[in-house]
Design a binder for this molecule. Structure first.
Ligand code: NAD
Ligand code: SER
Length: 318
């Protein structure tokens, strides 16, 4: 049987998908990486390769696209994120769980070979050790998003152990990039702040000034994602999900870093419902297991990311 050369990204028009599709196309070739989403994609994605409109809840259409493009790998990014999910509890549960089941079932039936599915630091909760949160620790999430991610991790491991499904997963921290806007998370402030700084507008933060959260710059997240998918199967010992870490900061620390480049930048604080979500999450993450198992290593520091974000966003303004 011919090798399955297609790589399908579901949820490709979101914050991660917009960058992941381009990273995958650079490796597998433009025509082999199919972007798909409910909504249309960025110009760069649309002009460089195939795009298909897809609701992941429509199993028939999902099967049809997988067959049409001879898909072997699926990156499943479609989900409702933490803040949106609290406003839409049942839709979030249904999308975050059934989307995953449909893709895992295709892998179980050997229609596809390999699955990437992202988990999150949201699997942790208020009773988890906050500093250098270990790989294996208390996971008692208090949000629908966190509960769906924890259940998803358990199901990934189950499908691997019971059916031999090759599924790989990362617990992303808050992700920051300049190419697209974030989609309804609690860490979104850390992207919005850069847009306001470059526009010369004061920024009102929805988290309090000392809320420390784990974060990562998008190029590192894309490298980690492709890295775990490319790793030899024997090295991916955990089939639930790996902790990965970049750096951590508070809104006040990020504002200070931005002020090194834009001294007049102003920030104020007006915490809303997202504060409670953030308060239940770790401040920093221990990712030594990922480093040991499949040689994960982050490259960007807070300083490097801030400089890079500001220069790219300034180019967009010009
Ligand atoms: P996003 O909200 O920016 O993008 C999600 C995309 O999925 C959107 O383009 C949306 O239109 C699409 N989508 C929604 N419902 C769909 C459906 N039924 N069928 C097809 N597409 C649908 O999210 P993101 O930040 O790119 O996150 C992608 C994944 O990574 C999610 O699983 C998220 O939980 C996880 N994650 C993200 C972060 C982060 O900081 N961005 C952190 C941890 C985990
Ligand atoms: N950045 C994500 C969120 O805030 C974490 O999974 O929802």
């Amino acid at each position: 049987m011919a090798a399955k050369t297609g790589v399908l990204v579901i949820g490709a028009s979101g914050q991660i998908g917009t960058e992941l599709v381009m990273g995958l196309r650079a490796i597998y070739g433009n025509d082999n990486v199919i972007a798909s989403d409910l909504k249309t994609a960025s110009t760069e994605v649309l002009e460089s390769g195939p795009f298909e409109q897809l609701d992941v809840m429509d199993r028939e259409r999902l099967n049809q696209i997988v067959g049409q493009y001879n898909v072997g790998q699926v990156y499943l990014l479609a989900a409702l994120l933490s803040a949106t999910a609290e406003q839409k509890v049942m839709p979030a549960w249904n999308l975050n769980m059934y989307g995953l089941f449909y893709v895992l079932e295709m892998a179980k039936e050997r229609i596809i070979d390999k699955v990437f599915w992202p988990s999150s630091i949201a699997v942790f909760g208020p009773n988890t050790p906050k500093l250098n949160t270990p790989q294996s620790t208390i996971t008692e999430p208090t949000t629908v998003y966190g509960i769906s991610k924890l259940a998803g991790e358990r199901w990934c491991e189950y499908y691997h152990n019971r059916y031999g499904v090759d599924v790989r997963s990362l617990r992303y921290p808050g992700l920051i990039g300049y190419k697209s806007n974030p989609g309804g998370g609690t860490t979104d402030y850390a992207v919005d702040i850069f847009h306001k700084a470059v526009a010369g507008t004061p920024f009102e933060c929805f988290l309090s000034e000392n809320t420390r959260l784990p974060m990562m710059y998008m190029p590192d997240a894309i490298r980690a994602t492709i890295g775990i998918m490319e790793a030899e199967s024997e090295k991916v010992l955990l089939r639930s999900s790996y902790n990965i870490s970049g750096f951590d900061f508070t809104p006040a620390e990020l504002a200070n870093e931005i002020r090194k480049h834009i001294p007049e930048f102003e920030i104020s604080y007006n915490p809303d419902f997202r504060q409670e979500i953030a308060d239940g999450w770790p401040s920093s993450i221990d990712d030594s297991v990922a480093r040991q198992d499949w040689n994960w290593n982050n490259e960007y520091s807070l300083e490097m990311m801030t400089k890079d974000m500001l220069s790219h966003l300034a180019e967009k303004v010009i």
